[in-house]
Design a protein around this ligand. Structure first.
Ligand code: AHR
Length: 651
């Protein structure tokens, strides 16, 4: 095949938003992932993990519950005692309405030496030279006549040997007995621990506190974060996103927007403000979300990366996955759903004279954010009630914010369109498919607007990735059979996804945005594969996949005008191409993909069959062909194949 660039015709504008990030808390990508908090179960908000021990290692360690679909309530998972203390949960001395469960520490009268407690982190703790920021709330319970002078020490230490890597002793204080006091400290650490089997400890001297009882909550430890944000993001993962040159962040889901019940939906107003006022929620992906990564943190994430927020707003449908039904908000109560979304936008964009704008200022960000994209719901092509829900949301949002581009999550390309979209809107389409699907869709958007009567409607390739090897039927089996499922991106994934994206680049009037999904996989605990970036919670390993690198190339080498390419011989397949002109740099970028040969599952080293988990504490060694964790104990099909009830509201 010979191709040549035709500079005599065409030159459409390209989409400035072509590549972005889809993020939701799945695979422990938020808590235990990009949200840099190092303390697990920091405020006893609920857990579906049980506490167990790993042979050969001391102390309590986190292991996955045998039945993760049955979430437990508050537990002491992740915590262990130091010295002679009794450690229990207590609800009689709540820190706040949002965080009613605290940890009670009883120090017996006979105790001597160091007493306190420690946290084992999210499958370990990374200790390396840097400044750590620690904080916790404490309350004393001793009778007033006792001298309750207490000297706290916060430290990072080895869970294997007890060796203290770094510590800070706080000023001695008389702890209050009525209201909690928040104590803050920094820990300057100059040591690189040999592995991640480390803990964060809060200790006292028994000579001061023997015979007394204390309550503690919201223990927190942060490493240095991306752009030094307080309560911020893990640096290496954030930098991997930045390095891609992406242009937007879609959040907070995905399914995780909708909730496993109406009550468990993402209530944005419960994710803002002081951490002690955030109750957290049971997320859609089988674990509790602390909501430390809340609405403001998402907006600051966008601000710090200079990218556009694409905010998913709840649209009146919850998955109710544990009961295997969905709940639709009734039509005559859609004004409540709309009000939630309008409140969210006021929090983002309102000035300080507005209720929510003033609240944002109180939370430390007086300047309004710019929000130009809002998505109504998630994957609502499943739902028969979307037409009335979409209408209520679209009309209400558009009336209040006429300039915002509204994205619909329902619009079925198989011709049974549930709604027709107004001009200026964007349709979000999701595909987890075989390589051949993406390759065959290279030209899918060539005349899509005209052929489907959607001249004014754009498309967002909102979630896509190669999920399964090619099969004769082309039908994806979402039960993930090991001989078909692709557990980690590989070359054929990257090539097929890239061909699909090239098709988008060739049609910038139609395909405005795209995002691979899911983007982050925590190797210690995950429930969806494949993913673009894999990492360990303890920061010892981060793997940028082939699917990451094609997007890195495409996103960084984007021009402002598309340039037609004319084949002087041959045609598309197996070679695919597209070209863009970067006017400012006066460069033409030519992107070319050639379809390779699909490897069979388990034929390469990135196979699930070489599982070695649990592997909570890695030593700092690297291997070129590492082993991968086993598949999770529950899989996604129950969620993707969700059963949607009839159109009758079931409120
Ligand atoms: O990316 C994982 C899930 O896939 C998303 O939550 C959902 O939108 C889709 O079904």
């Amino acid at each position: 095949v010979q191709i040549s660039i035709d500079d005599t015709s065409g030159h459409n504008d390209t989409s400035p938003m072509a590549y972005g990030i889809m993020f939701e808390d799945i695979n422990h990508s938020g808590d235990g992932g990009i949200y840099a908090e190092m303390v697990t179960n920091r405020a006893f908000q609920g857990s579906n993990w049980i506490t167990g021990t790993v042979p050969g290692l001391d102390g309590a360690l986190i292991v996955e519950s045998e039945n993760p679909s049955v979430p437990l309530g508050p537990v002491l998972t992740g915590w262990g005692p130091i010295g002679d203390v009794r450690m229990t949960l207590n609800t009689l001395h709540p820190l706040s309405d949002a965080l009613p469960t605290v940890m009670q520490i009883d120090v017996p009268a006979y105790a001597t030496g160091e007493v306190g407690f420690q946290n084992f982190g999210w499958w370990g703790m990374d200790v390396r030279p840097q400044t750590y920021t620690a904080s916790f709330y404490a309350l004393a319970n001793e009778p007033r006549y006792m001298d309750n002078s207490t000297t706290f020490t916060v430290s990072l230490r080895s869970n294997l040997t007890g060796e203290v890597w770094a510590s800070t002793t706080l000023d001695t204080l008389r702890l209050p007995t009525l209201d909690y006091v928040q104590l803050n400290a920094t820990i300057e650490n100059g040591v690189t621990a040999p592995n991640s089997n480390n803990t964060f400890a809060i200790t006292m001297d028994a000579s001061e506190v023997a015979g007394q009882t204390f309550y503690f909550d919201l223990m927190s430890l942060f490493p240095e974060t991306f752009r030094d944000r307080k309560n911020g993001l893990r640096k290496d993962l954030a930098e991997a996103y930045v390095d891609m040159g992406v242009k937007f962040l879609r959040f907070p889901g995905g399914n995780n927007l909708e909730g496993v019940s109406v009550d468990a939906r993402w209530k944005w107003w419960e994710t803002i403000g002081p951490l002690k006022d955030r109750p957290g929620r049971l997320g859609d992906w089988g674990y509790f979300n602390t909501d430390g990564l809340g609405l403001l943190e998402y907006l600051e994430w966008c601000e710090d990366m200079s990218i556009e927020p694409v905010i998913g707003v709840y649209a009146g449908f919850s998955l109710d996955i544990y009961g295997q039904v969905g709940t639709d908000w009734p039509e005559d109560r859609m004004d409540e759903v709309l009000d939630e979304a309008l409140g969210l936008l006021e929090y983002c964009m309102g000035d300080t004279s507005t209720k929510w704008g003033a609240m944002r200022a109180e939370h430390g960000h007086p300047e309004p954010f710019d929000v130009n994209f809002v998505e109504v719901g998630n994957e609502d092509w499943f739902s028969a009630t979307y037409p009335y829900r979409w209408n209520a949301m679209y009309n209400g949002l558009k009336a209040a914010y006429p300039d915002i581009t509204i994205i619909s999550s329902a619009f079925d390309e198989n011709d049974d369109y549930t709604i027709s979209l107004p001009d200026g809107t964007i349709w979000d389409t999701h595909h987890y498919e075989e390589p051949q699907y993406f390759i065959s869709r290279f030209d899918f958007y060539d005349n899509w607007q005209a052929e489907t009567g959607n001249e004014g409607v754009g498309v967002f390739l909102g979630e896509f990735s190669v999920y399964q090897v090619d099969t004769p039927s082309g039908v994806v089996d979402y039960s993930n059979p090991p001989n078909l499922h692709i557990f980690h991106p590989r070359m054929i994934s990257a090539l097929a996804e890239a061909v699909y994206a090239l098709g988008g680049e060739r049609n910038p009037n139609t395909v405005r945005m795209s995002a691979y999904a899911p983007t982050l996989q925590n190797f210690n605990w995950y429930n969806w594969t494949p993913d673009m970036i894999g990492f360990t919670a303890d920061v010892t390993e981060t793997v940028l996949s082939t699917s990451y690198w094609w997007q890195w190339m495409f996103s960084r080498f984007t021009g402002s005008k598309s340039v037609p390419i004319v084949p002087t011989s041959g045609d598309f397949g197996p070679l695919y191409w597209s070209s863009q002109w970067h006017e400012a740099a006066n460069k033409v970028y030519v992107k070319v993909c050639i379809k390779g040969i699909a490897l069979q599952p388990n034929a390469d080293c990135h196979s699930s069959s070489t599982s070695t988990i649990p592997r909570p504490f890695l030593s700092r060694s690297t291997s070129t062909c590492r082993t991968w964790p086993s598949m999770p104990r529950f899989s996604q099909p129950t969620i993707r194949m969700r059963q949607i009830p009839s159109s009758t509201p079931t409120w």
